[in-house]
Every structure is written in C-alpha cells, then in structure tokens.
Ligand binder design. Structure first.
Ligand code: PXP
Length: 248
C-alpha cells in the first residue's frame, strides 16, 4: 500500500439498523443479530483504517453498548460521530474515542442531511472542540464544501474537517455533478491551504468512488451504507476489500 493512500473509515451504523429492526427492545440479547462488533472487527481485518459509529440522540441504530464493545476489542481507530449536545459531549469525554466527528442532528431526518453550520453554532462548537482537545481527542467538523464554513473550521482550531459529499453523490447518480464537484475540489484545496486535514463522507458508493478518489489532499473517507449493503451479498471482507481497491 502506498504511503499516500486514502484511508477508509467504515461506518457500521446500518449493521445496527438491521439488528434494531428485530431487537430494538433488547439489543444486548445473546442471540441478537447481526453483531455490530463482528461487523467492525471483520472490517478491520479486511483493511479498514478505522471504525465510525454515530450515537444518535434517539438511539435509532448504534447503542452505547455497541460502541463500548467495539472500543474494547478494536485495533484501529474509533471515530465517534455526535451532535454537540451536553449529553453527547459528556459521553464522549468519558468514552475517550480517538476522534469525534461533530454533526448536526434532527430527529426526523433519515440520515445526516446537511453539514454542521459552524457560523450559527460557533460558540457551542468551539466549547466542544476545546473540551475534546483538553483530553487528547481530535475533533472533525462535518461541513458542506462551502468557503465560509471551511474558514470557520480553521478559525475554530479543529484539526480535521469532513466534507459532506451527499449533494455530490446525489448529482453523480443523475450524471450532472460538475457544480458539486467543483465545490468539493475547491473546498479540499482551501481547507488544505488553511492547514486542515480533509476527510469526506456521505453517500459514497462503489460507483462514485471512482470520482471521489480524485479529490486532492484527501486523508480519509467515511463510508457506511454502501459497504453494509454490499456486505449482504458479498460478505464484509469482500465488500471492504472491494472498496479499498477502488479507493487505491
Ligand atoms: N460521514 C458522516 C458525518 C455521516 O453522518 C455519515 C452517515 O451516517 C457518513 C459519513 C456515512 O454516510 P453513508 O452511510 O452514506 O456512507
């Protein structure tokens, strides 16, 4: 593997979505399946560089017990996606993941729909970034590829951003993505010039990865839904390895 490879964080939330469809009332039931821990460990052994888990306020997929089990057994890095709430901040300060990715959260949304508005939420994000820094946890800010948001991220002193690739992914599927691509490309260039480490994620799949991987200065991609979906047919090992070979 070349030193400049893009890293892969596998988001295992939707393995938990499937488990919750049957075992919502007792996710820790001895026979509850599929196992989120097993999905995470298989992803790592297939070559994933990290595992991402989003503990949503409504706990609709991943549960805190999933996160704790994965953290206790994993060998790579744990990235906790979280809203900037008091509850989640306290949780992260106790858990001490390797990194947190700060995301906006609306109860009624199906998935994270837009980036975090750093200008509107500047004070709160700043408090969370500082609290994480104090305990040695890196913060990543999930933002749209927008010049003002990227500048705000640099001002906030977070080491990383994760650029939201959702709008690009939707347009890619329609074959008309130049505007969204230009925004991502300019965004990565600007962020890099401001000293930010640039990650990206949301809606990345086995087709659009061929374009996404061409973004300059990419450090890591966080990919969930598409890998979990392909795992149903191919198994986790092959699904992760196929994505890695398309990325690299
Ligand atoms: N990055 C962030 C910040 C997200 O909220 C999500 C979705 O949970 C992802 C990446 C992964 O998106 P997808 O499941 O579409 O690959």
């Amino acid at each position: 593997m070349s030193k400049n490879s893009i890293l892969l964080g596998v988001n295992v939330d939707h393995c938990a979505t499937l488990r919750q469809a049957r075992y919502k009332d007792d996710p820790e039931f001895i026979l509850a399946e599929p196992s989120v821990l097993q999905f995470a460990l298989l992803s790592e052994s297939a070559g994933a560089d990290g595992i991402t888990m989003h503990l949503r306020e409504d706990k609709r997929h991943v549960q805190s017990c999933d996160i704790e089990k994965v953290k206790a057994s994993m060998k790579t890095r744990l990235n906790l996606e979280m809203a900037c709430t008091e509850e989640m901040t306290e949780y992260a300060l106790k858990l001490l993941p390797d990194s947190v990715c700060l995301v906006p959260e609306k109860r009624e949304e199906v998935t994270t729909e837009g980036g975090l508005d750093l200008i509107k939420n500047y004070e709160r994000v700043s408090e969370v970034v500082k609290a994480m820094k104090a305990v040695g946890v890196a913060s990543s800010l999930f933002i749209d590829p927008d010049v003002n948001q990227i500048k705000a991220a640099a001002d906030l002193g977070a080491p990383w951003i994760e650029l939201h690739t959702g709008a690009f992914s939707n347009q890619y599927a329609l074959g008309d993505y130049q505007k969204e691509w230009d925004a991502l490309k300019l965004g990565t260039e600007l962020a890099h010039s401001l000293g930010l480490v640039v990650n990206a994620g949301h809606g990345i799949n086995y087709e659009n990865i061929k374009q996404v991987r061409q973004l300059p200065y990419l450090n890591e991609l966080n990919i969930g839904h598409s890998i979990v979906s392909q795992s149903l047919f191919l198994g986790v090992d092959t699904a992760v390895k196929n994505m890695l070979s398309l990325m690299r």
